[in-house]
Design a protein around this ligand. Structure first.
Ligand code: F6P
Length: 479
């Protein structure tokens, strides 16, 4: 099978460059090992919607990356507009933040159609297309319009909300009907999958049997495929990274004190303001912790042209300044707040240095930072993960300290508990999480999805909204 992977953002090929977002980091090893071609946005735009020249095609392991300049006239309406000011807020259950126009929707559809045309050059008789994320909900339908008959799968990296929230998205019906051109529609969790199924049944009046929905496009299978990481590679990377000069500097600066770490894109779904408030509250409840613990919050700026993101940047700077002003001393700053990205290697070393990983999104499809923090720990002296129960990762990492990210006091208590947890309990919790991570690696995620996509062309059903049964390793190799 010739696999064509499509996403808006693609990884940077050069090692040690900052990586923005979980999707890019997750797909990198998949493409490197499978020999797939990975098509995405170059980040540049080009005048004239009919010109679809690729800026670049670069080799990546066994595979390659193809970067496409998107049409200038539609890029803003597609990316900042419909994708990130209508779909993103809705998918994260923030309908109050939806700001969108009909023009934005048209641009979104134009870019989906443009991408479909560009993909034709990669089509071979044995191709299969694997489309990623909410930027391309309608790409499958556009490919079918162009006569593509090969299997097309779709995976959503974000949550899928309840049907009433989706009803708040303009043109939701047309868009979700278009999604049914996909042969396979994958979600992070069973809950997301069930929310989608509930929309299909209640709003589109469709019947779903044995996880298969029939529509005017034919049949589509629905299933949950929780995304994982390359656990052993990440663990080895973290152990090595401890001697990286930047990590050594961090360790020296922490000295014998303790470090809590948070790593996020600046996004309202990440619960950053409540997290800072929880750290503030913890210091207020436990004055004895003053000077003994600091929070390193890496907050990579994101989507700054959108008002809600700009406002969040401003609010975060204000809250961090207030907390540092309140608790800081001439020789101690409680919160180290860094507005920039770091390479995966450096992050791995930072995670291993920190005694607590603080991952508290209000809503998150999976959250790979949580998984990476666990994988990076020293087995004899592991740190503690404090994790929001509203991150998809909480389904697997259920021996983390699970918190409600809306409950600032509860998070402050969990933080104190994490900082004082005895080593035997830390080890027990960590070992249980590592076992789960090893049972659901990135390799298993991609193999399971591709196997299920191939099965859509056979009559063999997979169980409704269940993680697809794993086939024998030899059957799962991606060519
Ligand atoms: O979760 C969806 C996702 O595609 C992630 O990969 C990443 O966290 C984020 O969105 C990337 O957003 P952007 O490309 O807008 O920075």
């Amino acid at each position: 099978m010739n696999l064509v992977v499509v996403s808006n953002r693609v990884a940077r090929v050069k090692a040690n460059e900052p990586m923005t977002g979980g999707l890019a980091a997750a797909l990198l090893p998949v493409v490197e090992k499978s020999g797939a071609i990975w098509v995405g946005s170059s980040g540049r735009v080009r005048d004239g919607a009919t010109k679809d020249a690729f800026a670049d095609i670069e080799p990546l392991g066994e595979g390659a990356i193809a970067l496409l300049d998107l049409p200038a006239a539609h890029y803003g309406g597609y990316y900042e507009g419909f994708a990130n000011s209508a779909l993103w807020p809705a998918l994260h259950s923030r309908s109050d933040l939806i700001r969108v126009s009909l023009d934005d929707y048209r641009s979104y559809r134009e870019v989906n159609a443009f991408m479909a045309r560009a993909l034709l050059r990669f089509r071979k008789p044995d191709s299969a297309f694997w489309i990623q994320d909410y930027h391309f909900l309608a790409l499958g339908e556009e490919l079918r319009k162009l006569g593509v008959t090969q299997p097309i799968g779709f995976f959503l990296h974000t949550p899928w909300p309840s049907r009433d929230v989706m009803n708040g998205v303009p043109n939701h019906r047309e868009l979700i009907e278009a999604m049914l051109a996909y042969d396979l529609i994958g979600f992070q969790t069973e809950n997301d999958c069930q929310n989608f199924a509930s929309y299909l049944k209640s709003d589109l009046g469709l019947k779903i049997e044995n996880n298969v929905v029939t529509s005017r496009h034919g049949t589509s299978r629905l299933a949950a495929f929780p995304i994982g990481i390359d656990v052993d590679a990440f663990a080895a990377n973290a152990a090595r990274a401890i001697s990286h000069p930047e990590v050594v500097r961090l360790r020296k600066s922490v000295d014998d004190k303790r470090l809590v770490i948070g790593v996020d894109r600046v996004d309202y779904s990440k619960g950053l303001v409540n997290r800072i408030k929880a750290f503030d509250r913890m210091l207020a409840i436990n004055p004895s912790l003053s000077r003994t613990v600091s929070l390193l919050q890496i907050a990579t700026p994101s989507r700054g042209a959108i008002e809600a993101y700009e406002a969040l940047q401003t609010e975060l700077s204000r809250v961090v300044t207030e907390v540092n002003g309140r608790h800081g001393e001439v020789d101690w700053t409680p919160i180290r707040y860094l507005s920039k990205g770091f390479s995966q290697t450096m992050l791995a070393g930072f995670y291993r240095t920190a005694q607590v990983g603080l991952v508290t999104p209000l809503h998150d499809g999976m959250n790979l930072v949580a998984k990476e923090y666990v994988a990076a720990q020293n087995p004899v002296d592991p740190g503690v993960l404090v994790l929001s129960k509203f991150a998809g990762a909480a389904n697997e990492l259920d021996t983390a300290l699970l918190v409600n990210p809306h409950d600032v006091d509860g998070m402050a208590r969990a933080l104190s508990m994490a900082l004082t947890m005895p080593a035997p309990e830390r080890r027990l919790r960590w070992e249980a999480m590592m076992k789960k991570l090893r049972n659901g690696t990135i390799e298993q995620w991609s193999s399971s999805f591709i196997a299920a996509l191939e099965q859509t062309r056979t009559a063999e059903p997979v169980q409704y909204c269940d993680f697809p049964k794993r086939k024998a390793a030899a059957d799962l190799t991606v060519h």
